[in-house]
Write a protein that binds this ligand. Structure first.
Ligand code: ASP
Length: 323
């Protein structure tokens, strides 16, 4: 008898879950951003969320859960109800934090259902407006000569800006004082105010500041020049090897989110990224929308694993850790 009763409860639960999945979504969703509002991850989130709202028939509300290194956002989503109403947007940090944190409270590979890849964003090395250097050569000379007083802003260990800085400092064999923020939006404010000297940040945050001449731009981290910023040389062109990096973004749901819900999120993501307005907005900001073949769970799972395997050994070799 008790066996039948247990089975009955399980069957009822499955039935309720499947009918909830069929009605999904019947209210607003939350998209958690692990960094401060107004920054690059936030910008990608807002464009994606707004466009996904149409096919979902609901508003996707962007919620910022900022922390240095972006480690609290994924934890919040991991602990959310797996019903498709809370999803996570994150970048390459989802892969690099595994090697950087000894006590990470989430496992990127096992605590989430991947939804799909979104876009790829290059980074730019930029300096405060007051820096005397007007090109990369002068910049390099200046920061090397003044290495004891120059400061580098980033969004904490595990952020893209941290990774880029780490690669850059190692490539030029010079360390600088690092100032961590909970996102590069606040870091940018301090850079504009002249409190910190330089940073490496996504074009989704730096393009307008570069174009309006509010910051000095010295190099891009992509293999080729960025079409929306054609005058900025690549690191490779200016002779800096080994610091090339692209910041890819992905969308995730908590582990256990029902398959029909994930399917709906995948089709909505694909619909959103097909929109020419979205693609234009991304390309104006220097970003490349992922091809539709990458906008699905299998492609994100594969890429995430490959990136963990790629960055893990490099980070371990650099000997950088956080607790
Ligand atoms: N650009 C930041 C980073 O370094 C993240 C952000 O503020 O969105 O990862």
């Amino acid at each position: 008898m008790p066996v039948i009763r247990v089975f009955g409860a399980a069957a009822l639960f499955a039935l309720a879950t499947s009918s909830a999945a069929q009605q999904y979504p019947n209210r607003n969703l939350s998209m958690i951003v692990p960094y401060a509002a107004g920054g690059p991850t936030d910008t990608v989130a807002r464009v994606t969320a707004q466009a996904m709202g149409k096919p979902l028939g609901q508003t996707v509300i962007v919620e910022n859960r900022p922390s240095a290194g972006g480690i609290l956002g994924p934890e919040q989503v991991k602990n959310s109800k797996p019903d498709g109403y809370t999803i996570l947007i994150h970048h390459i940090g989802m892969a690099t934090t595994v090697a950087l944190y000894r006590n990470l409270r989430f496992n990127p590979l096992t605590d989430f259902e991947p939804i799909g890849l979104i876009n790829d964003v290059p980074m730019t090395i930029i300096g405060k407006p007051q820096l005397p250097a007007n090109n990369f050569k002068e910049f390099l000379e200046y920061i090397k000569k003044n290495k004891d007083k120059v400061s580098y802003a980033n969004a904490g260990i595990g952020a893209a800006s941290h990774l880029c800085g780490m690669l850059f400092m190692s490539a030029i064999q010079t360390d600088f004082l690092t100032v961590p923020y909970k996102g590069t939006a606040p870091a940018m404010n301090d850079l504009l105010g002249g409190q910190v000297d330089f940073m490496c940040d996504q074009t989704t945050n730096t393009t307008s500041q570069i174009k309006s001449g509010k910051v000095k731009a010295y190099a891009v981290t992509s293999a080729k020049r960025v079409p929306s910023l054609p005058d900025i040389p690549t690191l490779d062109e200016v002779g800096v090897k080994g610091a090339q990096v692209g910041i890819w973004h992905g969308l995730y749901a908590p582990k256990g989110t029902p398959k029909p819900v994930i399917d709906k999120l995948v089709s909505s993501l694909q619909e959103a990224l097909k929109d020419e307005v979205v693609q234009k907005r991304f390309s104006d900001l220097g970003a490349t929308t992922m091809p539709v073949s990458q906008q699905n769970p299998a492609a994100l799972a594969k890429h995430l694993k490959a990136e963990i395997d790629k960055w893990g050994p490099l980070i371990k070799k650099a000997g950088v850790y956080a607790d």
